[in-house]
Design a protein around this ligand. Structure first.
Ligand SMILES: Cc1cc2nc3c(=O)[nH]c(=O)nc-3n(C[C@H](O)[C@H](O)[C@H](O)COP(=O)(O)OP(=O)(O)OC[C@H]3O[C@@H](n4cnc5c(N)ncnc54)[C@H](O)[C@@H]3O)c2cc1C
Length: 501
């Protein structure tokens, strides 16, 4: 972000939500001298990246994959800090493991040349194709990070002036990820490996722009990292940086209403006070802010707009403490032992509880002794599901047994009998805890029709001092995009305040 052109007098900035987007935006605006208050309904910061601790276990409630490390570095550099001073980042090797049918487990090595060899073993000629596929992903990543992703997405003209316009075809903003991947690979295992980041965090690969092969570059070439202490440590770091810049955090304080007059927010009404605000950034879920905190004349999007969007999945999660070690598990384990296409259909098209789900098991205690008592294992199990499903205890338990059957068979040892702590989390929890539309876990999907300028607007067209950040606006789901989103929102707020001088 550029330093503002004019020295501004300090303004009151209210931020709704203490997730990564809100904390990033708050820190940057406080650094520019503004009075920033972040209101968070929950009793702790971090948003979807909160943690909970119980009986010696500490669970990251949401994110576990640390990809795009340069985005975190770039943010900290604005405060003259570096990741190395703030937390210990370990590169995982293997980066992750994939379990295919018949319990065939494939370790994805951190070393890229080793990975090429592995691809070649699975499909003749795939090593060279992987090199080309990843080189193309790297090109998209570099152009994307330098020229595109930090744009507010107000209009197409932002992209026209850029080198990017000439590069648009190469970036494949409007062609499909699935056809792109199939031009390189045929083996279903390789396709599953290439398509999973899109499927887990976004949408059907056929509806996702091929641009997102930049994610494969990040995951397979830059590497998969783990912040020691977990993602909660990263969230705490953002909070600390924001506090040092002067941000006030008000947790357990829900924003209930944004009072406007003459097209501007005048006051923020929370569960305990009313505060005058010059500018507001809504970093909670966009739909909630528009539909629940603004009165109807101030809303830009109708309820039908949200109903027509493609949301990224919700998920069923289990946080488990296990009283023994499980030797066959890696840190990240993707269970792709069932049909990828059917599960995707049941998440995005024919929305229902899945027939034969894929799932993911994170076992951070493989890397980090601080997340479980000695001799114990910390497990986080995630099964992506459609948004909006009803999630009674009986259904959660049905899937718990189903996933544990598969996990135990793969591990070759009993696990259920060793579970000493168990918590589930699903659609209704996302709604209650985060005001998440239809209980979405990761916001709005990055589909062909919902990228960049086609996302909900970062600045309200109706309320001049209301801006948005977070996973429902640009650039999309994931912690790095949330950080980028907060950065763009802060930049747009500074431009707005400059224009008011
Ligand atoms: C299970 C799961 C796994 C994930 N895995 C990964 C991963 O491996 N890697 C990765 O990069 N990303 C992952 N993600 C995505 C990533 O966590 C999110 O995209 C990111 O954290 C979103 O940040 P945010 O600031 O946009 O929103 P949030 O984190 O949702 O923050 C918004 C905040 O607003 C608060 N709020 C809501 N309404 C109000 C109100 N009225 N008043 C005050 N506060 C309010 C909410 O409580 C919340 O704290 C995962 C997400 C989930 C759920």
């Amino acid at each position: 972000m550029h330093t503002p052109i004019h020295k501004q007098t300090s303004k009151n900035v209210g931020i709704i939500g203490a997730g990564f987007a809100g904390m990033a935006a708050g820190a940057l605006l406080a650094k520019e001298g503004h009075d920033v208050t972040v209101f968070e309904k929950n009793d702790s910061i971090g948003g979807r990246a909160r943690t909970f601790s119980e009986n010696g276990f500490t669970f990251d409630m949401g994110p576990s994959w640390y990809w795009m490390p340069d985005v975190y570095e770039r943010f900290f550099a604005r405060f003259d800090r570096a990741v190395a001073d703030l937390y210990e980042l370990k590169q995982l090797d293997p980066g992750f493991a994939v379990v295919f049918a018949d319990h065939e487990a494939v370790d994805i090595p951190a070393d890229f040349e080793q990975l090429c060899l592995l691809f070649e073993q699975i499909e003749t000629g795939a090593a060279e194709k992987l090199r080309r596929f990843i080189a193309d992903g790297e090109f998209k990543y570099r152009v994307g990070m330098d020229d595109m992703v930090y744009k507010p997405g107000h209009s197409i003209t932002e992209f026209m002036s850029l080198r990017l316009f000439g590069q648009a075809l190469q970036l494949q903003l409007f062609s499909s990820f699935s056809s792109h991947a199939r031009r390189f690979f045929k083996d279903p295992r390789l396709l599953a490996l290439i398509e999973f980041p899109v499927l887990f965090l976004g949408a059907m690969p056929k509806d996702t722009p091929a641009l997102y092969s930049l994610m494969n570059y990040s995951g397979l070439k830059q590497g998969t990292f783990y912040p020691m202490g977990g993602f909660g440590k990263v969230a705490d770091t953002f909070r600390d940086i924001a506090r040092q810049a002067g941000v006030q955090f008000r947790t357990s304080e829900r924003v209930e209403n944004l009072e406007t007059s003459a097209g501007r927010i005048r006051h923020i009404h929370t569960t305990s006070q009313s505060v005058a605000a010059d500018v507001v950034i809504g970093s909670a879920d966009y739909q909630h802010i528009e539909q629940s905190l603004l009165s109807s004349p101030d809303r830009h999007y109708k309820e039908s707009y949200w109903a027509d969007r493609t949301f990224a999945p919700s998920c069923l999660l289990f946080y488990l403490g296990v009283d023994k070690r499980i030797t066959r598990l890696r840190h990240h384990n993707l269970f792709f032992d069932q049909d990828f296409g059917l599960h995707a259909e049941e998440i995005y098209k024919d929305k229902k509880w899945p027939t034969a789900p894929l799932f993911y098991v994170c076992c951070p205690s493989v890397t980090d002794p601080s997340v479980a008592p000695e001799g114990h294992e910390n497990l986080f199990i995630l099964m992506p599901i459609a948004t909006g499903l009803s999630d009674p205890e009986s259904i959660r338990e049905h899937y718990y047994q189903l996933l544990m059957d598969r996990l135990e068979k793969f591990a070759g040892e009993p696990i259920r009998d060793h579970v000493v702590l168990k918590r589930s989390y699903c659609v209704s929890d996302f709604k209650n805890d985060y005001n998440a539309y239809q209980g979405n876990a990761y916001g709005l999907a990055n589909t062909l029709g919902q990228t960049a300028i086609f996302k909900p607007k970062l600045r309200s067209p109706k309320v001049s001092n209301l801006f948005f950040a977070g996973q429902l606006t640009v650039p999309g789901p994931g912690v790095p995009p949330a950080i980028i989103s907060g950065t763009i929102a802060a930049h747009e707020v500074l431009k707005y305040l400059n224009s008011q001088l």
